[in-house]
Design a protein around this ligand. Sequence first.
Ligand SMILES: [Zn+2]
Length: 307
Amino acid sequence: MLIALLLSASLTSAAVAATTPAKAKGGEPAFDSTRAYRYLKEQCAMGPRIPGSEAQRKAIAYFTAHFRGLGFAVSAQSFQHADMGDGHKVPLTNLIVTIPGREAGRKPIVLCAHWDSRPRADQEASEMLATQPITGANDGASGSAILMELANGMKKKAPLQTVYLVLFDGEDYGKEGNIEEYFLGARYFADNLPAANLDYVLLFDMVGDKDLSLPMEQNSLKQSPAVVAKIWARAKALGIPQFEARPGPSVLDDHMPLQQKGLPAVDIIDFQYPAWHTQGDTPDKCSAHSLGAVGRVAASLAFRGLD
Ligand SMILES: [Zn+2]
């Protein structure tokens, strides 16, 4: 994740007012948070998943095998980025998993996360540590782990709307201060969408922090206040207190290129994470419990719909 600007909480209470809570409905597959946490650790065990690395290739194979193993179609968006520093070609791959919905007439939704990890730990004070890539347990692996576990549930029961699970590469490639080199996969995806009539986009980034707190990200709130209100109302109805119905930081992340295409795009993110962009972003800073809190809300939205 790139950067957050702490803004005053100037949004009106109307913008964050909860809508009517959804009625509970049975028969939904459970979100297995222990298994999701295992997926987080498995990604980290490959090493930093940075562009051009062996770990990058392993991770692409790992994700592809998981989703194909469940019987879902996986397509790869592979492309190259010319590094803005020295011009070398950087190989990047987004993965798009298509899961057909129960009601064909409804618009599809996108549930997405970045899967790459940052090539440098710029928040480290020591220059030696700062030049090394990060494990990216929370910043990378957490959102991907949630998408992997959601797919297990969707194998048992189809979601309401068709779901595209999208794993973005190259979110965290850019050097600090050069925004043009962030969100590389999301930019490419925004220019090459799998369908023209997408309903909304939900991004999961830094959602594994043991001490999880999810206020409403301000760029999401500004662009899609109604969608944000419905998501946080659903969390409240499900009894998930980590979703806090108040404006949080304004974050630049993979949702921005999609918002720029006019798609309602909401970032679920906890930016209050001391290990951000350090060598300390490791699985022990994350928990199954936190992944479960986010996963249950995501599953509810996918199986029941937003309204
Ligand atoms: Zn990051």
